[in-house]
Design a protein around this ligand. Structure first.
Ligand SMILES: [Mn+2]
Length: 347
């Protein structure tokens, strides 16, 4: 496994110099943030990120994310142009040495939480999703201030896109995903870039919008749409793990044995009735057994990328919710410790 860390570019208060000092840190996970969704990334911007990363002694291997334009998910005629742009991004990133591209296929909203600063018993704060809070949220009338929500949506454009999704069933979304994959995977193969879909977070429908990348049955179906190692997964334990029906230890075993996991987000979550809380990485704090997850990866010879996912805010740190330095660095150290134990046991 190769340890990696998400970096939001030059505006990120968590600098590359700090990331580099986390033990065993190899790669940076980042993206070009100065181009609207759907457009082609400039080679200058890509090269700039690569230079900054490599000058800091880290490698430029994983992109999170190249976002998929809404017209592709909706299957509109304009998708043709956006898919051509997407292919060009894959080619350009491959040329710059990128090995894995993370993306998702969630309609309108990215990850959704109901509160970003819920105080846990130890005084740290975490991201949570409470059913009693989500029931009171209405994206049409409420304040559009949640993270993971595209801030570029005005109420009017949001109303229009919601109207468009009213006509889209889950099967339509599957058909649009299949069309997209059949177009881009051959390009990814040629560019030697592994495409890695992130699961829907949380893995259930929200606000009446369909969501399909949610469970084992659907991941099986997704991987079969184009049966190529270049059509793989960003396996996010925290996204899938909030649903009690998802057996994360088994799924990690199955998909890593198939060689279809290229990138992992490791995060622990505590399952509540209809909701969840993000917790410290260590197994005892959440519902996931991190040792069993890593054991299965090790057993299957996993040599892809892992990054600690969302952390809590601890030690008075302020910053981007879920993406502070301290708790994610503790997560990386914890994962490193388990991995070293597994390596030494084997000898
Ligand atoms: Mn994730």
């Amino acid at each position: 496994m190769k340890m990696s860390f998400r970096w939001y570019g030059e505006d990120d208060p968590v600098t590359l110099e700090k990331i580099r000092q986390i033990p065993n840190m190899e790669a940076v996970v980042t993206a070009v943030y100065d181009v609207p969704v759907g457009e082609v990334w400039s080679e200058t911007s890509i090269q700039h990120l690569k230079t900054l990363t490599e000058d800091a002694g880290l490698s430029f291997d994983v992109i999170e994310s190249v976002p998929v334009h809404e017209d592709i998910k909706l299957g509109k005629p304009s998708r043709k142009r956006y898919i051509e742009n997407y292919k060009e991004n894959i080619r350009r990133l491959g040329k710059a040495g990128i090995k894995v591209i993370c993306y998702n296929f969630m309609p309108v909203f990215d990850w959704t939480r109901t509160q970003l600063d819920r105080e846990l018993p130890d005084g740290s704060t975490a991201l949570v999703y409470y059913p009693e809070q989500i029931e009171k949220m209405d994206p049409m009338t409420g304040e559009l201030s949640l993270p993971g929500w595209d801030a570029s949506y005005t109420k009017e454009t949001l109303r229009v896109v919601f109207e468009e999704y009213k006509k889209i069933t889950e099967e339509d979304l599957w058909a649009n995903l299949e069309y997209f994959l059949k177009e881009i995977i051959p390009v990814a193969e040629e560019a030697n870039v592994k495409m890695a879909i992130h699961q829907d977070d949380p893995p259930w429908n929200i606000f009446g919008l369909p969501r399909i990348i949610t469970c084992e049955k659907n991941l099986d179906r997704m991987l079969k749409l184009v049966d190529s190692p270049y059509n793989g997964l960003t396996f996010c334990t925290g996204s899938l793990g909030v649903s009690p029906e998802n057996d994360i230890v088994h799924m990690v075993d199955k998909y890593s044995a198939m060689g279809r996991i290229h990138f992992l987000h490791l995060r622990n979550v505590k399952i509540l009735d209809g909701g969840f809380e993000e917790t410290a990485h260590m197994s005892r704090y959440g519902s996931l057994d991190m040792v069993e997850i890593l054991k299965n990866l090790y057993k299957n010879g996993f040599d892809g990328y892992i990054r600690p996912d969302h952390g809590r805010m601890i030690w008075g740190e302020a910053g981007r919710p879920g993406y502070g330095l301290y708790d994610r660095a503790l997560g990386a150290a914890y994962i490193n410790g388990i991995w070293e134990t597994l390596q030494k046991e084997r000898r």
